[in-house]
Design a protein around this ligand. Structure first.
Ligand code: DLL
Length: 433
């Protein structure tokens, strides 16, 4: 078993907790002194740094929200002055001002360390050629994985996203062994490969995929691994925390969150109460090692479950289970909660259904109507009307049994559903809510 830093990664849980406690105390002191924002937020909440002595005191601290970053745009929450910054990333949300994240040298080093541990845990190292097909630029995916991969000594092929045929040619010519991109982009890449008569399994050296930046299901993993013969790993992070930071280890059973750098909680999104291990709720993260933009109890909005059980890999750091989506991705259709991820899981279990789908929700005469557009796989393709009707019915029945609502299923021609080179859009909600 290989570790990037065995002493830290296998540190006994009690020691890790002591380390977290010490770092948390330093952090609250630091932000209280260096950030006007936190100084005021703590005062408003009636907490002083000296009130935080134990990890359990975390509960006394107020939450931080994405809206705080927008309200203090561009740099109102930073704890350092410009001279200490070495980089910005900017993430544009769907509404309002974008979010600006600044990094000191040390912040970049911590980010690289986090990814170096993660990459080592999935066996990516000096021998590997890694094609980074996440977007480069203001988005954190490209540069984040680029630096992380260099840290472990892999050779980076910084293709960014797009220009897919060229990417496939380079993948072959330069013997790419690892690819990092969104799962949607990899599916598209595989589709283009098939169109030009290339088999990723037989004609390339690709063996590992590092997929994330959007929700994807266990069933989608099975599809990807089966279609291309690679091992597909989940990578998670958000721009506010730095970018892509954490992956599953080789056991593919939850994403390790480095406890010396980040403190995680899962809360009930309605009440803000902390939930126990194994309970599903909103992920809240406190950064223990960031200098430029530390965040206290940051409400990411993603829904997950914390798993503190020991992992077969020997790492003692807690895991979060697959992120099914954000609380605000959840659709409420006729009063029933629906996550796009649930739809994906159902669809990917039906062999005739292809990987691309679109959920469309309308409100007609005060009634919510949910439609799912699907494409057939090449193997299942049929132009017999009876086959089509029976497939649509089969999919509708399966969706109904899981979601508890009637869903209209529409089989569309292959290629109709837009392909994505970055984060895929899987829902069109036409309701004016
Ligand atoms: O997407 C950072 C990243 C880049 C992660 C490359 C992984 C790989 P943002 O654009 O700020 O940052 O979006 C963060 O994307 O809160 C989740 O809702 C979602 N997300 C990211 N990774 C996953 C994943 C990057 N593996 C938001 N599974 C997060 C599910 C994910 N959702």
């Amino acid at each position: 078993m290989e570790y990037w830093n065995p002493l830290v990664e296998r540190m006994p849980v009690e020691e890790l907790k002591m380390l977290q406690e010490k770092k948390l105390k330093n952090l609250v002191e630091y932000v209280y002194q260096h950030s006007h924002f936190y100084n005021k937020r703590f005062d408003d909440a009636g907490v002083k740094p000296e009130d935080i002595r134990k990890l359990d005191d975390l509960k006394k601290l107020p939450f931080t929200y994405k809206s705080d970053l927008r309200d203090t745009y561009p740099m109102g929450m930073f704890c350092v002055s410009n001279e200490r910054l070495v980089r910005f990333h900017v993430s544009s949300g769907t509404t309002g001002k974008p979010t600006v994240v600044g990094y000191t040298h040390n912040d970049i080093n911590e980010w690289n360390t986090s990814l170096a541990r993660a990459l080592t845990s999935i066996g990516v190292g000096r021998e590997d050629i890694i094609q980074v097909s996440y977007g480069y630029g203001l988005f954190t995916g490209g540069l984040g994985l680029h630096y992380g991969a260099e840290e472990v000594g892999s050779t980076v092929l910084p293709t960014s996203s797009g220009n897919t045929e060229k990417q496939l040619e380079m993948m072959q010519d330069l013997n790419t062994s690892v690819i990092a991109c969104t799962p949607s982009y990899f599916l598209f890449m595989n589709e283009v490969a098939n169109q030009v008569g290339l088999s990723i399994r037989n004609d390339t050296k690709l063996r590992t995929g590092i997929f994330g930046a959007e929700p994807w299901s266990e069933e989608m993993r099975a599809r990807i691994e089966e279609a291309t013969g690679i091992k597909a790993y989940d990578v998670y992070g958000t721009s506010e925390l730095s970018g892509p930071l954490f992956t599953e280890c080789q056991y593919q059973d939850g994403i390790h969150i480095w406890a010396d750098q980040f403190l995680i909680e899962v809360i009930d999104p309605e009440t803000g109460e902390q939930l126990g291990d194994g309970e599903s709720g909103e992920l809240v993260i406190t950064t223990l090692a960031k200098e430029a933009l530390p965040l206290i109890r940051y409400r990411i909005g993603d829904i997950t479950v914390i798993n503190k059980q020991p992992c077969s890999c020997g790492r003692t750091h807690p895991r979060i289970m697959r992120v099914f989506g954000r609380a605000d991705d959840m659709l409420i259709v006729r009063g029933i909660n629906v996550f796009p991820g649930q739809v994906e899981s159902v669809l990917m279990n039906i062999p005739q259904v292809g990987e691309h789908f679109m959920i469309i929700v309308d409100r007609i005469n005060e009634l919510d109507i949910m439609k799912v557009q699907i494409e057939m796989t090449d193997e299942a393709f049929s132009d017999k009307i009876n086959d089509i009707i029976s497939l649509e019915k089969k999919v509708a029945d399966s969706l109904k049994s899981v979601l508890n609502i009637a869903v209209k299923v529409e089989l569309v021609e292959k290629g109709t559903i837009p392909r994505s080179m970055g984060k895929a859009k899987k829902v069109i909600d036409n309701r004016k809510l």
